[in-house]
Ligand binder design. Structure first.
Ligand code: M7G
Length: 301
C-alpha cells in the first residue's frame, strides 16, 4: 500500500469543509504521480501545557483585534513549538468518502417503522459487503494498526474494543473507543430485541471496567451510544469521554446504550421495531433521496 511521507506536489482540488469550532479543515486533492484522489483532514492539536510557559513571554507578539471595557482580543503566533496539527488521510478516496466529508445541509427526519421496512432496510441490504471490510479486518485481526484494547471472544455476547479512528490518543478527555460486537447479524438499533440484552449488558459492564483500568476514566464519565442511523451496518457502540461533544453525540443521532437497554426492558422486546426514530440526514447521503421521496409522497396524500 502506498503511503506518503510529505505533501510534496500535493494538488488541492477543493476545500470540503472548514470548521472554526473544531479548528479543522478537510481538503480534496491528489498526490503528484499517484493514482486516486485523497481526502486530507487537518485538525489542530490541543495545547501541551508544558510548552505554555515558553510560549507566553516576550517572543510572542500580540496584535489587538478588539477592545471593549475590560475585554480585548488578539492574534498571535506561538513561536515554539510551531503549532501542531493532526492529519487524517483517506486515500484513495471514493465518491462516497468525498460526499461524506463535504459540508452539506442536514435534515431531521422522523422515520416510522414502515419507512424502515419498506425503504431503509432494502437500501441497507443493497450495500456491497466491501463497505464492512475494515470491520471484518479488525474482527479477524487481519489489519489494524491500532492496538486492541479488549476482547471478549464469546461468539454471541462478545466484542472487541479498539481506539476509534477519531481519537488522537493524546488526552483521555477526548477518549473515543469503538466497540465492535462479534456477531455479524445485527444491522443497527432497529434490529435490537430482548434477545440482545445480554450482549448490551456485557458491553456496558466490561467496556467501562476496561476503560477505568486502562485509562483511569470512571464509568460515570463515559458516554456510550449507538448511532441511528450509522454509516456502517455492523452493530457497534461508541464509547467517549463525557466531555467530548461533536455532531456524532447530538440528539437525533446518538442513542444512549443505557436508554436502549431500559427501553427494551420497560416497554418490551419490540420497542425499536415499533418506534418512530428521529434521524439526522445529510443531503449528500443516499438515504436523503430515499427519505425525501417518502416524506413528499406522504405530504401529497
Ligand atoms: P458510525 O456510527 O457507523 O458512523 O461509526 P460515523 O462514521 O458516521 O460515526 C463508525 C465509527 O467507526 C466512527 O466513529 C469511525 O470513526 C470509526 N471507524 C471507521 N473506520 C473506517 C475505522 C477504522 O478503520 N479503525 C477504527 N479504529 N475506527 C474506525
Amino acid at each position: 500500500t502506498w503511503r506518503p511521507t510529505s505533501f510534496d506536489g500535493f494538488e488541492i482540488e477543493k476545500i470540503l469543509y472548514h470548521d472554526p469550532d473544531t479548528k479543522s479543515l478537510g481538503v480534496l486533492g491528489s498526490f503528484k504521480g499517484v493514482e486516486g484522489r485523497a481526502i486530507v483532514k487537518l485538525q489542530r492539536q490541543h495545547f501541551d501545557i508544558d510548552n505554555i510557559p515558553e510560549a507566553l513571554n516576550s517572543n510572542t507578539n500580540l496584535q489587538m483585534s478588539f477592545e471593549n471595557d475590560v475585554y480585548s482580543k488578539y492574534t498571535a503566533v506561538l513561536p515554539t513549538p510551531h503549532t501542531l496539527v493532526n492529519v487524517d488521510l483517506t486515500h484513495p478516496a471514493t465518491d462516497l468518502h468525498i460526499k461524506k466529508a463535504q459540508e452539506q445541509p442536514y435534515h431531521m427526519v422522523h422515520e416510522t417503522p414502515k419507512m424502515y421496512q419498506n425503504l431503509v432496510l432494502p437500501f441497507i441490504q443493497s450495500l456491497p459487503p466491501s463497505r464492512l471490510q475494515w470491520v471484518y479486518n479488525m474482527l479477524d485481526k487481519k489489519k489494524e494498526v491500532e492496538p486492541l484494547i479488549f476482547e471478549d471472544p464469546d461468539p454471541q455476547n462478545g466484542f472487541m474494543m479498539h481506539p476509534d479512528m477519531k481519537w488522537d490518543k493524546t488526552t483521555t478527555q477526548q477518549l473515543y473507543c469503538l466497540v465492535l460486537c462479534n456477531r455479524r447479524d445485527i444491522l443497527n438499533l432497529r434490529s435490537l430485541t430482548a434477545e440482545h440484552l445480554p450482549l448490551l449488558y456485557n458491553i456496558k459492564k466490561q467496556a467501562a471496567q476496561v476503560i477505568q483500568d486502562r485509562f483511569g476514566v470512571p464509568p460515570d464519565q463515559l458516554r456510550m451510544y449507538v448511532h441511528y442511523l450509522p454509516s456502517y451496518y455492523h452493530f457497534h457502540v461508541h464509547v467517549t469521554h463525557v466531555k467530548l461533544s461533536n455532531m456524532g453525540s447530538a440528539v437525533g443521532k446518538a442513542y444512549l446504550l443505557e436508554d436502549i437497554i431500559d427501553n427494551i426492558e420497560t416497554y418490551g422486546s419490540d420497542f425499536y421495531q415499533r418506534k418512530t426514530l428521529t434521524v439526522t440526514v445529510g443531503e449528500n447521503e443516499d438515504l436523503w433521496g430515499i427519505y425525501s421521496k417518502a416524506v413528499n409522497e406522504n405530504a401529497e396524500k
